[in-house]
Design a protein around this ligand. Sequence first.
Ligand SMILES: Cc1ncc(COP(=O)(O)O)c(C=O)c1O
Length: 438
Amino acid sequence: MNLSPIKKELVDQKVKELRIPDIGNASIRELVAVVNMVEEVSGVKYIRMEMGVPGLPPAQVGTEAEIEALKKGVASIYPMVDGIKPLKEEASLFVKNFMDVEVNPKGCIPTVGSMQGTYASLMCAGNTNKEKDTTLFIDPGFPVQKQQMLVLNQKLESFDVLNFRGEKLREKLESNLSKGNINSIIYSNPNNPTWICFTEEELAIIGELANKYDVIVMEDLAYFAMDFRKNLAQPGMPPYQPTVAKYTDNYILFISSSKIFSYAGQRCGMMVISDKLYNKEYPYLQERFKSATFGSTITLRILYSFSSGTCHSAQWALTAMLKAANEGRFNFIKDVKEYGEKAKVMKQLFLQNGFNIVYDKDLDEPIADGFYFTISYPGMTGSQLVGNLLYFGISAIALSNTGSEEEGIRACVSFVKREQFPDLEERLNLFNKQFGPN
Ligand SMILES: Cc1ncc(COP(=O)(O)O)c(C=O)c1O
């Protein structure tokens, strides 16, 4: 008995047409292409959980400031390669207000999305020391950063953090760092894809070992303040967004506007380089890029070569959003909280229908409801689950794409509309009837 609402042959045919060898291991963009084609032919609307698109309108204060800037004519003027002064100042204030961390505006640099920031930083860190040629990824992680390493032709090592939470993280990191080949550590917090949030204890371990082994920590805060268990959006007041910057001065923070301000389309994020790292001299950077310090290499060599700065009008948008948040006029978490509320309902629908949450805890605390969650189905690999769910009108990526060692999939809640919940429930019910124990 086949209960799937979409003909198996139709999905299989589209996968074949797109020459995807194994749908379970397809990239996000490949899945998007398959689902678009199947939706068109079948007329069935998918529950789309594969891509992390914001799904909310952009922050109005940003749009208005950007329109204003364009009207004033900024489009004809090259912005400074390391960013316009008001943005640098607001960014430095933002980091002080919401993280309780002091950093000179000089180190606050806009980039073409956080993506450009990580690409530039991975390149720079990879050339700081001839002996240290490898970046350590604390996985699961954002697959595109590994693609950046591929494009850069730089080396990486990784491990799945699931079994190394809390104090166990120390031993695991020591075993990697003590080999002497690691120049940087990268992770996202809250984590894409698992929504793990590192505890203060874990961040302290990362910072302490970064100091001990002189390693740069790249903290990707694409989901800044989105651990909805705490109210992290009050300027100048605890609790603050937890950060490794409290425990080391060898860091780069990446703050994206894509999710917190729903401003993904304008591709304007920022990186925040600690004062010490910004001014640090590396003889190998001098040899490789003819520039002595980390900060000058990033700005005057790398970012200048990549794109000669970041979109001028979008920088004014980001300035306005940060300023409004700094002045307490714009609670940027209020709107995005909707993601957490949707996640709560969706998780429940999966759990009722035989699924399990894969990464379910931050030590002994249940994981927060947020932008992503991870699920598995008994007896199915992550790859089989991706394939089977496609026949039931549900799309998501396999955890194997993210460096996870667990079998399961990543569910992204942002693109799923509340009106689709009844469809999701019905499809999961059919799925469980088809594959479940009875
Ligand atoms: C962990 C992580 N880092 C970076 C990004 C990309 O950020 P941006 O749009 O600012 O380039 C994303 C987007 O999904 C992400 O999940």
